[in-house]
Design a protein around this ligand. Structure first.
Ligand code: MG
Length: 319
């Protein structure tokens, strides 16, 4: 019998690569090699989303025939070239751009309670060191903010970081600081975050202060049935380290929903701020969100809020 050809389209970093020189008898490992020759991403760095064997991600020795692929199957890859990994001072390859911000709701409850994930959080609580910039203030709520596309457009080019700053950033932080301690959490390196915060005039601002900053090392990876391994920002790390903060009074803004996987109730997905040069005049997201933060600040407990509907929130409709 002739070996049936296999054609797989791999989406990575916003581009599509067609792998067409394989047959059904080739293995997943050989597919990864073929992907490497086109993308430069080493097999061990590749996370292929959309390939499944017996309900999970296939091992390298599984034959492609066992995956029952349709012709021109499209899969997604997460992964980074080795040289990119070394360039820590570069802006991140935001995997949120590669993978759609998938809806994982039905799985969320399971993921946030899974023992292995809780253990990973416990390890971060124990081993991740937080440098306190300003001590927690008694009675304040906690606001945790992503950087890229939330406060800042890290992809556009500009002479200075300030040109890429989301409009009303300082007004927003000044207003939030009245009721919330402010924490920055970005999936990049501490060096990069600190440099950006300085450049934007957040560090040393006379009107508000940051309590601390978290970087990628405080994140954990979790396995999801549908999409494989993804990185998340578990607030349990913060709650485990500080008795001042709890799940009841913490809110987190991020443009990528999967970052909330370990604490979906606390996440507010902010519209991403991109193309700063076009949107600098129009983007009022932070202005509107600062009203929302003000409106909910007097509540003792945020647990009953649905941050998905933040725009429709009215103080009197709560209670
Ligand atoms: Mg972001």
């Amino acid at each position: 019998m002739m070996a049936d050809p296999v054609t797989i389209v791999v989406k990575w970093s916003g581009k599509e690569y067609t792998v067409s020189d394989l047959s059904q008898e080739n293995t997943v490992g050989e597919l990864k090699e073929a992907i490497k020759s086109q993308t430069g991403v080493l097999p061990e760095r590749q996370k292929l989303l959309g390939l499944k064997y017996k309900g999970k991600s296939p091992d390298d020795d599984v034959a492609l025939s066992a995956l029952k692929l349709k012709p021109n199957t499209k899969i997604m890859m997460m992964g980074t070239r080795e040289e990119t990994i070394q360039a820590i001072m570069e802006p991140p390859k935001d995997i949120g751009e590669v993978v759609d911000d998938f809806d994982i709701e039905e799985e969320e409850v399971l993921i946030e309670n899974r023992e292995e994930n809780l253990q990973k959080i416990a390890r971060r609580v124990k081993d991740y060191e937080i440098k306190i910039l300003n001590p927690p203030r008694p009675g304040k709520k906690l606001l945790v903010l992503d950087v890229d596309y939330t406060l800042f457009d890290h992809r556009s080019c500009a002479e200075t970081g300030v040109e890429l700053m989301r409009p009303y950033l300082h007004e927003f932080l000044t207003a939030a600081y009245e009721d919330y301690d402010i924490v920055i959490w970005s999936a990049t390196s501490m060096k990069w975050i600190e440099a950006k915060m300085k450049e934007l005039g957040v560090t040393g601002n006379p009107n508000y202060k940051l309590t601390f900053i978290l970087d990628s090392a405080a994140m954990i990876t979790v396995f999801t049935q549908k999409y494989g391994v993804v990185e998340t920002k578990p607030l349990g790390v913060v709650w485990g380290k500080f008795e001042e903060y709890s799940s009841k009074t913490t809110i987190m803004f991020d443009d990528i929903r999967r970052n909330f996987l370990m604490n979906p109730q606390n996440g507010l997905r902010i519209r991403p701020f991109r193309e700063a040069h076009l949107n600098r005049q129009h983007d009022k997201e932070l202005l509107k969100l600062s009203k929302y933060l003000k409106n909910i600040a007097s509540l003792d407990d945020f647990s009953h809020l649905n941050h998905k509907h933040w725009e429709k929130y009215r103080p009197e409709s709560s209670s």
